[in-house]
Design a protein around this ligand. Structure first.
Ligand SMILES: *Cc1c(COP(=O)(O)O)cnc(C)c1O
Length: 367
């Protein structure tokens, strides 16, 4: 198997040259020119980590890899889209960007906008953003507006603001976001040498599943892969409008990154399912948290709850996976984003208030 282009570039000795970020790495595939001022923080080239514990659980020779996109600069895949959206906004002379966010978009928008010398305005649902994400937006220097409504309401407001005032919308309705995000599919094919058989991914606004499908299709059209994956999209049971086919007025789930009742990319997501022969399913919060703990404690990979929906979804559809199939689960965000959920769900091994002596410690250790 020939060494893929991106990998060869990475391996070229001496390994002193840093990864230049995804725009410079995939420039021919992206709508940029020499005049585009690239705003990059070195996003992309995230690890594709084998998942032996999951493979053992699934059996039948099924291979599984985790696309650990929580290792991007601000801790989620949103950086892939934001490097493109902010670079193009800068090219157009924008001085400010705005977004509605369940948290990760605001962190990415804040970081890239400030890096590009622009102001960042973010609207978040008051009380429903994981602590790490809010902390990021504040420290990066965004103006954070917490509104007493859910994400869907916040998005409706920022769309109107961007229409009336001189500020660029950087939600996934911005077409450059999906252009940047499609590079994750390129990276998977570059490493595996072909497309996987299944791609499992969490869905909120369904921009990412749309972007991956775009990436897989473009690579195949250009002979970079032979196949295309079945696109398997998963939502939290309390916020599953793409599964139920209706709008969810009051979405509710522990997976706050996908707590969305009216997905902006609904039509495109349905088209992806159709074209790829894929499937969507709703996953309970219990199953999401079980996968979340399993990934951390058995694979050593700490993702945020929304990301674990991809693995919980795979487990829920396990009988349908063909023997020997190659599966990639997208882990969209870093576990450190949401310390609250982590502390509530990882406390089984926590022994507090111990006397500081050898006898006590040895007893707790079981000796
Ligand atoms: C944004 C986000 C999602 C959902 O992606 P969509 O493109 O809205 O479907 C999933 N997981 C995490 C961690 C996210 O930040």
């Amino acid at each position: 198997m020939p060494v893929p282009e991106t990998l060869r570039r990475l391996l070229k000795p001496p390994i002193t040259q840093a990864w230049p970020g995804l725009i410079d790495s995939y420039r021919p595939w992206l709508p940029v020119t020499d005049r585009t001022p690239v705003v990059s923080l070195g996003e992309g080239a995230t690890p594709l980590v084998p998942a032996p514990a999951l493979e053992q659980r699934l059996g039948r020779g099924i291979r599984v890899w985790l696309k650990v996109d929580g290792l991007n600069p601000t801790g989620s895949f949103k950086d892939r889209g934001m490097t493109m959206a902010v670079s193009k906004a800068k090219e157009d002379g924008a001085e400010a960007v705005i977004c509605a966010s369940t948290g990760n978009t605001s962190a990415a928008a804040a970081a890239y906008a400030r890096r590009g010398g622009m102001r960042a305005y973010v609207l978040i649902p008051d009380g429903y953003v994981a602590q790490g994400k809010l902390a990021q937006a504040l420290v990066y220097g965004a103006e954070v507006l917490a509104v007493k409504g859910n994400f869907d309401r916040a998005l409706a407001i920022v769309r109107e603001v961007a229409e009336r005032y001189p500020v660029t919308l950087v939600n996934s309705l911005n077409p450059y976001r999906l252009q940047g995000q499609k590079t994750a599919a390129f990276e998977i094919v570059d490493v595996l040498g072909d497309a996987p058989d299944w791609l499992c991914i969490p869905m909120g606004n369904a921009g990412n599943i749309t972007a991956y499908w775009m990436g897989f299709q473009e690579y195949r059209q250009n002979g970079r892969s032979r196949g295309l994956p079945r696109m398997m999209g998963f939502q939290a049971a309390g916020a599953a409008p793409l599964v139920s086919g209706t709008t969810v007025e009051d979405p509710e789930t522990v997976a706050t990154a996908i707590r969305i009742g009216n997905p902006a990319n609904r039509a495109r997501a349905l088209q992806v399912r159709e074209e790829s022969g894929g499937g969507f399913a709703a996953i309970s919060d219990e199953a999401i948290l079980e996968a979340y703990r399993f990934l951390a404690s058995q694979e050593g990979v700490f993702c945020e709850p929304a990301s674990a929906a991809s693995v919980a979804g795979l487990l829920s559809r396990a009988e349908e996976v063909p023997a020997g199939a190659r599966v990639v689960c997208v882990l969209t965000g870093n576990g450190l984003k949401d310390p609250g959920t982590a502390l509530e769900n990882g406390s089984a091994g926590f022994h507090a208030g111990l006397q500081p002596d050898l006898e006590t410690v040895a007893r707790v250790l079981g000796f």
